[in-house]
Design a protein around this ligand. Sequence first.
Ligand code: DLL
Length: 429
Amino acid sequence: MDIVNDTKGTYQDEEQLLKSLRKTVERVLPIAHYQEGYGRIGTTRAEDIKSLKDFQRLPLTTKEDLRKNYPFGLFAEPMENIVRLHASSGTTGKPTVVGYTRQDIILWSKIVADELKRVGVTKRDVVQIAYGYGLFTGGMGLHYGCEELGAIVVPISGGNTARQLMLMRDFGTTVLACTPSYALYLAESLEESGISRDELKLKIGIFGAEPWTEGMREEVEARLGIKAYDIYGLSEIMGPGVALECSAQQGLHIDEHFYPEILDAEGNPLPSGERGELVITSIDKEGFPVLRYRTKDLTTLHYGTCSCGHVGWTMERVSARVDDMLIIRGVNVFPSQVEEAILLEGFEPHYLLVVYRVGNLDQLEVQVEVNETTFFDEVRELEGRQDRLRKRIEDALGISVKIRLVEPKSIPRSEGKAVRVIDKRKKEG
Ligand code: DLL
């Protein structure tokens, strides 16, 4: 990481930070849920937070807390001051709902605009927003940020891939914003579309909303002829723009309106440089301020100054969600480990992890697509590659796996967040 650590991992101006954090505490204290939790540890006023240690004693907020208070129980402003609602994309149970005041939308737009400027997006750019619009924050979040910047927005939303490519050429799109898996699908479709890359003006990708690897970045950059930047965010905190890389591509700079912490599996704070669960507190948010929110995302924080001028926290790419971790025969497995191995062995990152049980034993099958060229390779050659991939994945994971090479295009393409795992054990109970 190319960050100069100038304060030994602590906040540069602790007093200023505490002042901001106290403001958020003050905002949430009238809410019954927070009042009850904070009351239990004797915190009844914001002034009780005298140090960062005091702050770290405050109870964590979880997705479950949001669900219990569904839909508006954790809002800090009367409904007449709320101008927008978004909700999580969860497929089971109640969604988590978040609300924004007019000022929140202004702040969010400004944060996203400033971050986009950092990677070279200007008012002359044509930005094709292929994140979903709707309750998902991706589309609207990027949209308002780009408008604030003065760029030309193409609010196409996700899907309709042939049309995306046609408009990309005809409108002279220079910036593409979507999930990395959809960017790969667009690259693949471009190669088959009859539109040549030279007809496009594309130069920048703003990709996020799902974990992706460095190998995936190289693949998408090479195939689309762009520089691809990692953008992070979550609806519970604001949406896209909690953090974005700068042109150095050395980690994601966290905007100053979010105070990050890293916790170990037991919920204890970890020093910067150590990997754990990211916890975020919003600063200056009105409608839905959130304190010490457990993101379930695994990353590492660094504090310091970047060559781009950013001073503050930088996070490494989110390698995985705690929830995505598979436990197979007692071993922790993350899909990103498999993705890395697949790319290193020269396969394309179209893959699926299928977990099932034979008797009492968990099995992992990794399905990987071969492309049109390899499909017609000698059987012996394919077997050799399959074997090398199996060995590489087994080395990375520490368990035996089965590799199944599948036909080109047989793994469903994603237009939003990719599905990488089918865990049949869940259904089998
Ligand atoms: O995915 C917001 C977003 C939209 C971010 C567009 C970036 C671009 P949710 O649907 O609430 O919000 O999902 C949030 O997605 O907790 C992470 O697990 C994952 N995630 C988001 N960005 C990244 C990223 C949006 N850059 C959840 N790398 C988060 C890895 C990411 N995972």
